[in-house]
Every structure is written in structure tokens, then in C-alpha cells.
Unconditional design. Structure first.
Length: 434
């Protein structure tokens, strides 16, 4: 198909809710390592990785070799039959979870399914039904996951799942109380208890949160936040669920899972995205006594698929063998410093935040009012396309640039990206002045 035929087919045969970046959709042809090519042959440096999914580079040779071998050996059996790839992945996951305490896994096909499984597991374990989530969060696209999510723009139709309430999040740049960290004494964490006491029966099934809120714009809580919240959740007999769909597998730097950066021991972890490096997988892993409460028979037709679990195990091995978690910390720190230099140069950059190779720039019309620079963000996105770099957009107001490159990039990639991002800010500013 030609580029024009692809775009026409997209418009004619897909749901219109399937949106695209840019005024004219970018048609991707192929990709390798940290680069992506469009249908016209233009090469882009990818600093978004398919929404925090390409963890070890596009079409990774080591991962693909193992996948190719598995395709010729066993392609599908479903969960009613045992198979080595699923068992090997589950064993490996159990070995690297925080403290080695989460040892029983359930595999599905996406982060949405993983979160559905986690909520059901928490309810089975506690005998309670009420769940506390956070504002500005995103947990998926099913009815349940949309109800968990704290953003109206991602709650389509009529999400009506009962028993879910939302506490304020730790959004220091836009503190809901108008306070400043650390003199605020992390007041936002206390809202979790206030919400439990005023909007639930007082005995919750669990609390779910992303260590760093993804679609919220990589909102990163202060170091004390989750420890305080974990204590509150335990006080009210709840299960602590860490949604690691975007923060898992070393991306935050130096740790396998994001929640470890806050020194908190979760009861359940969910993940997807970077675990498969593009292969569709969802993971819910729990403490054994919690997993054992999931009574009765269940099935996932494609969960634990031997090809996908082979890919996921290969991804974990690659991250471990090549010390990519350390690379994420070191190159992430280098990227962060370069972004701070851009902030000093461009007044439109109001906040720089994130951790490891999960970084964000929040753009504002002026730093005093912090009015979201929505139109300018779109202009920077268009300019970045012209300068052949790929980055993401997010945030509650649509004014945050999200950066999540493959974890095996180097400092030279960062240098090139920063040069082109700087040029994109200049270009967008010039366009606005015309």
C-alpha cells in the first residue's frame, strides 16, 4: 500500500477514536534499534519508544533470534496446558520482584488486563470491594480501568464501576493545596486517609498507583510520598498495587521496578509495555498468599503465549546482561541535565521532571501563572517531526512532552536529540511570531 492508501484505509476502516499525533499522521515503515523510518524514507531518532514500550531497541537482534526459534517450535497452546516459556518467565519474574516477595504471576495481553486482574485479586484477598486510586492517573481502557483513571479525557462512554474513589495526587508543580515541597510536609499523602474515612466503608480492598504517572505527564512524587501512603493502606487492611506498566524493568534507573525508588514493598505489581519490547503482554504478580485467594478456575486464551513469554524472558535477560538499568540511571541523569539547560534557555519550559530514562517537560505560557501552553506544545511536536525526532505528548492539559527512549541509548544519542529538540523550540517560537 502507498502512504496515501494507508491513510485512507485508516480513516475508512478504523474507529475514529484511534487518533494520531501531528496534523498529518506519520506513517511508519520500519524501525531498528533507536531509529524509526517513515513511508517516505525519512529517519527519526526515537525518544518515545512506542509509548514507553521499546525498552531494548526496535527489532532487537538477541530478542528476535529467540522469538524466531520459538515460532518454529511452539506457537500457541493457551493456559490450559503447561509450557516452558511461561514457566521460565514466571520463575524469572519471581526472582527479581522487590524483596523476592511477589512470586506468583498471571499473564495476560495488556496493562489494562493486568490491572483488572490486580483489582479482582485484591478484592478476593480482602473480601472488600472498595479501591482508592489517584487523580491524574491512567490505568487502561476497559470500563474498570477507565473508572480507576483520574482523567476525564480518558474516561470514554459511561464508566460506571462502583466502589472506586480518588485521592489527590502528588503533583508538586501544580500542588492541589498551593503549597511548596518540602515545607508542605507532603500533605497530599494524607488525603488518601481522608478519602478512605469519608468516601468508603473504612475497610478497603486496595490502593493502586503508578509510581510515576504516565499519561498524567510523568508526574513524580516526592521521596516520602509512597511510604506514607503505604502505611495508610495497611492501616485500613488494603492491598498496595503498584502499576508498573510504564515504570518497570529498569527504566527509572538502578532498580527493576519504579516503586523500589521509594523504598516501598508492594503487595501486587502490574506491568506490560516494556516487558515485551513490543510483544503484547500483561503481567500481574502478587505475594503468594494474595494470589492463592484467587479461587476457582480462570483462563486467558493468549495470556502466557509461548512466543510472547519467550520474548519477555529474552527482554529481561538482555536488560540484565547489558546492565541497562544502570545505563538508564547514568544516561538518564545526563539527559536530565541537558533538559535543565534547555529550561534555562527557553522560558516556555516550566518544569523538568521524571526519573532515569523517563523524563518530561511541562510547557507553560509563562512561569508565573503556569498557564498550560497547549497550542505551543502542538507546535513543538510538529517542529520536532520536521527535525526528525520522535517524542510523546501527555499531561492533563496536553502540555507535557514525554521522553522514554530505548534503555540502551548512549550519551551521543542524547546530544543529537537535544540539538534537534532545541531547534524545535526555536522553530516553534518563530512560527508563533509569524
Amino acid at each position: 500500500m502507498t502512504k496515501e492508501e494507508i491513510l485512507l484505509a485508516q480513516k475508512e476502516y478504523l474507529y475514529p477514536a484511534v487518533f494520531h499525533y501531528y496534523k498529518t499522521p506519520l506513517v511508519i515503515s520500519h524501525a531498528k534499534d533507536q531509529y524509526v523510518w517513515d513511508a517516505d524514507g525519512n529517519q527519526y531518532l526515537d525518544f518515545f519508544g512506542g509509548i514507553v514500550t521499546v525498552s531494548v531497541g526496535h527489532c532487537n537482534d538477541e530478542v528476535n533470534r529467540k522469538v524466531h526459534a520459538q515460532i518454529d517450535k511452539l506457537q500457541h497452546v493457551s493456559t490450559v496446558f503447561a509450557n516452558e516459556p511461561q514457566a521460565a518467565l514466571a520463575k524469572k519474574v519471581a526472582q527479581i520482584t522487590p524483596g523476592g516477595k511477589l512470586t506468583k504471576s498471571f499473564f495476560t495481553n495488556s496493562g489494562t488486563e493486568a490491572n483488572e486482574t490486580a483489582i479482582l485479586t485484591a478484592r478476593c484477598y480482602t473480601g472488600s470491594s472498595e479501591i482508592v486510586a489517584l487523580r491524574y492517573s491512567y490505568h487502561g481502557r476497559s470500563s474498570m480501568a477507565m473508572t480507576l483513571s483520574g482523567q476525564s479525557s480518558w474516561r470514554l462512554g459511561t464508566p460506571t464501576q462502583t466502589g472506586i474513589v480518588h485521592a489527590v495526587n502528588a503533583y508538586c508543580y501544580r500542588c492541589p493545596y498551593g503549597l511548596t515541597y518540602p515545607s508542605c510536609e507532603v500533605r497530599c499523602a494524607g488525603d488518601v486517609e481522608e478519602v478512605i474515612r469519608t468516601t468508603t466503608s473504612g475497610r478497603i480492598a486496595g490502593f493502586i498507583a503508578e509510581p510515576i504517572q504516565g499519561l498524567g505527564g510523568f508526574i513524580t512524587p516526592p521521596k516520602e510520598y509512597f511510604a506514607i501512603v503505604a502505611g495508610i493502606v495497611k492501616k485500613y487492611d488494603g492491598v498496595f498495587i503498584s502499576d508498573e506498566v510504564q515504570t518497570g524493568w529498569g527504566r527509572t534507573g538502578g532498580k527493576w521496578f519504579g516503586i523500589e525508588q521509594w523504598g516501598v514493598q508492594p503487595d501486587i505489581i502490574t506491568s506490560a509495555k516494556g516487558l515485551g519490547n513490543g510483544a503484547p503482554i500483561g503481567l500481574t504478580v502478587a505475594r503468594p498468599e494474595i494470589a492463592d485467594s484467587f479461587k476457582g478456575a480462570t483462563i486467558s486464551t493468549f495470556g502466557g503465549n509461548p512466543i510472547v513469554t519467550t520474548a519477555a524472558k529474552a527482554v529481561i535477560d538482555f536488560i540484565e546482561d547489558h546492565k541497562l538499568s544502570i545505563n538508564a540511571a547514568e544516561v538518564g541523569a545526563y539527559l536530565r541535565n541537558k533538559l535543565l539547560e534547555l529550561q534555562a534557555k527557553h522560558p516556555i519550559i516550566g518544569d523538568v521532571r521524571g526519573m532515569g530514562l523517563l523524563q518530561a517537560l511541562e510547557l507553560v505560557e509563562d512561569r508565573e501563572s503556569k498557564k498550560p501552553a497547549v497550542a505551543q506544545t502542538l507546535a513543538v511536536m510538529e517542529a520536532s517531526r520536521e527535525n526528525r525526532i520522535m517524542l510523546g505528548k501527555g499531561g492533563f492539559f496536553g502540555n507535557v512532552l514525554r521522553l522514554s527512549p530505548p534503555m540502551n541509548i548512549g550519551k551521543s544519542d542524547v546530544d543529537e536529540f537535544i540539538r534537534q529538540l532545541d531547534a524545535s523550540f526555536v522553530r516553534a517560537s518563530a512560527m508563533a511570531a509569524v
